[in-house]
Structures are given as structure tokens and as C-alpha cells.
Design a protein around this ligand. Structure first.
Ligand SMILES: Cc1cc2nc3c(=O)[nH]c(=O)nc-3n(C[C@H](O)[C@H](O)[C@H](O)COP(=O)(O)OP(=O)(O)OC[C@H]3O[C@@H](n4cnc5c(N)ncnc54)[C@H](O)[C@@H]3O)c2cc1C
Length: 286
């Protein structure tokens, strides 16, 4: 039975509240048990045991698509169907990508019409066609953090995953470089803003070594020469790289690979191989 006050279409039985803010500023605090609700196609497709509150982004009523001086402003809540039907100005030569990437979804009618651009980017699935689209178009994401002011980040940042190796990873890396992406092939960059610095490193996939010595995942090379005492982020496709990277004092590793434990039967077996399959976990350092 649903708690009183929940919209009729919410059947996740851990949810106690669905907030419907008129402005993002109304959400002043954040808890781990909260989740932003966009189209709900993934959120409602699997139990959300750790979630008790949904914040419905659709109530913000952001305009889906607006042509601006710098290009196209796409709301996080724009649906895939809306993007597909967008009529671009005739001189936008990359505009066919909107339709091509929308069609790349392996989606039903329902998903096509409900799933959002922002939801797809935030899911960060390997099959995420909106990630591909926004990276190819050199998009900038606008972030609205709860504890700071609005800021923008480039969509481009790339490390290899295991599937690149099945189809010639060096070629993919070269193509990504030509497109202007920074490929972190066992290397790092120091990012600075104002007086603050951050080390962002990337390694090749944990199984890259099977495809040649130069492809082996090498946290030691990735952090060689990195300044001490500066916060360190590691981009690594598989969570299990955390064990190999532990001696290099990583503050945060960002990984994918496990599909959030969604694929049967791998959701059961993957626990034997990876220290975490979704969410945030602390991996003991040596
Ligand atoms: C049958 C089926 C087929 C699918 N096919 C594909 C496919 O081919 N390719 C693919 O990539 N995915 C696929 N998906 C996964 C998913 O439906 C899509 O990735 C979809 O784009 C998610 O968007 P959404 O708006 O429905 O997100 P939601 O389900 O609402 O949210 C997904 C996650 O992102 C978070 N989130 C959403 N929006 C924001 C935001 N603006 N800011 C912060 N966090 C946010 C949510 O809290 C949640 O954790 C499929 C799912 C199903 C059930």
C-alpha cells in the first residue's frame, strides 16, 4: 500500500516522500537516502532499497530546448523524444547527431518518451547515447550543487573500459584525441582553479594488459610526478582497480563497469570480482 500523499505512479515501497520543488534552491539539504527523479525509467525499473525520498525534477518546469547564442541549451529534463523531434537551424551541420544518438537507445516506446537527457548522462552507462552526443558536441554541463554556487564542467574526459579492447582500444583512444578529448592513458593532469588544485588521473582497463604491455593498467605511472598533498581522483573503468591503486593514496576513484548490478546473472557473480557494484564504498588502503 502507498503512503498517503504519494503520486499514484510511484510503486517503490521504500519511498516515503516525493518532493516537487518549484526551484532547485528549495532543496537546501541533501541526504544519502534522497534521489533526483527525472523520467524514472531506471529508478522505477529496480528496487531502490536505500532511497526514501524522491525529488521530482519535472516540477522545476525547465524549458526543454532553447537555442542560444552559444548553441543549444538542453534541460536535464528534456526527454529523448523531444530531442529527437528538435528542428535545428539549417546551418548546424552536426544536428543529425540528435536523431542518430536518440535512435541509439535500445528503448521501448515508454522509455523513449519518458527518459531524459540528464537522467541518461547521470546514469553514465556504457551504452549512454546522451553521453556520446554531448561529448561529441563539446557540451558543457551546468551543475547546481546543494552546497555551493552553480558551475560548469566539460563533458569531455575519457579512459578506456574493457569493451574498447574488444574492438581495438588504441584506435578508439586516437579518435578521442582527434575529437579533442583528454585521454588519460596511465597519466594524470593537475587542474587548478583560483588557488586550489586537484590531481585527476586515469588508467587503462584492469584487463588491458591482455592486449599488450603498453595497455596494462598502471596506477604507478598514472601518479608518477603527481604533487603530494593535493586531492587525488582516479578514473578507472573497473572498481577492482582500487586495490592496485591503494598505495597511491587515492581520495576518490570513479568507476563504472558493473551496470549498478543490474544484469542477471552477473549481479550475483560480480560481487566475487569487484569490491563495490554501486554507490560509494571505502576500500581499505594498504
Ligand atoms: C528497458 C530499458 C531499456 C533501457 N535502454 C537503455 C539504453 O539503450 N541506453 C541507456 O543508456 N540506458 C538505457 N536504459 C537505462 C535508463 O532508462 C536510461 O539511461 C535513461 O536515460 C535514464 O533517464 P531517466 O530520465 O529515466 O532517469 P531516472 O530513472 O529518473 O534516473 C536515473 C538516475 O539518475 C539520477 N538522475 C536523473 N536525473 C538527474 C539529474 N538531473 N541530476 C542528478 N541525478 C539525476 C537519478 O537520481 C537516478 O539515480 C534502459 C532502461 C530500461 C528499463
Amino acid at each position: 500500500m502507498q503512503p498517503a500523499g504519494l503520486p499514484q505512479n510511484v510503486n517503490l515501497n521504500t519511498i516515503k516522500e516525493v518532493m516537487q520543488p518549484r526551484s532547485a534552491d528549495e532543496i537546501v539539504k541533501w541526504q544519502d537516502s534522497y534521489a533526483w527523479l527525472a523520467g524514472g525509467t531506471w529508478l522505477f525499473s529496480t528496487p531502490q532499497i536505500a532511497t526514501d525520498t524522491l525529488i521530482d525534477l519535472r516540477s522545476l518546469k525547465w524549458p526543454s530546448l532553447e537555442v542560444s547564442e552559444t548553441g543549444l541549451d538542453i534541460a536535464a529534463t528534456c526527454t529523448i523524444a523531444e530531442l529527437y523531434h528538435f528542428k535545428a537551424p539549417a546551418d548546424w551541420i552536426a544536428a543529425p547527431l540528435f536523431q542518430l544518438c536518440s535512435r541509439a537507445f535500445l528503448a521501448s516506446f515508454k522509455i523513449w518518451n519518458a527518459a531524459t537527457v540528464g537522467g541518461n548522462i547521470c546514469m553514465s552507462l556504457p551504452a549512454g547515447p546522451m553521453v556520446t552526443l554531448t561529448t561529441a558536441l563539446e557540451a558543457r554541463y551546468t551543475l547546481l550543487p546543494r552546497d555551493g554556487s552553480q558551475r560548469q564542467v566539460a563533458a569531455i574526459d575519457f579512459v578506456t573500459g574493457n569493451h574498447e579492447y574488444y574492438h581495438g582500444a588504441p584506435g578508439w583512444e586516437e579518435m578521442m584525441r582527434r575529437l579533442g578529448a583528454t585521454v588519460l592513458h596511465n597519466e594524470h593532469r593537475v587542474l587548478t582553479r583560483g588557488g586550489d588544485s586537484l590531481v585527476v588521473a586515469g588508467v587503462t582497463d584492469a584487463e588491458g594488459g591482455h592486449f599488450g604491455p603498453g595497455e596494462a593498467s598502471r596506477p604507478d605511472l598514472a601518479f608518477a610526478g603527481a604533487p603530494e598533498g593535493t586531492p587525488r581522483i582516479l578514473l578507472a573503468h573497473q572498481p577492482r582497480t582500487a586495490f592496485k591503486a591503494a598505495p597511491f593514496r587515492i581520495d576518490l576513484q570513479l568507476s563504472g563497469h558493473t551496470h549498478g548490478g543490474q544484469i542477471i546473472p552477473w549481479m550475483l557473480l560480480v560481487r566475487l570480482q569487484q569490491p563495490v557494484i554501486r554507490g560509494l564504498t571505502e576500500v581499505p588502503t594498504l
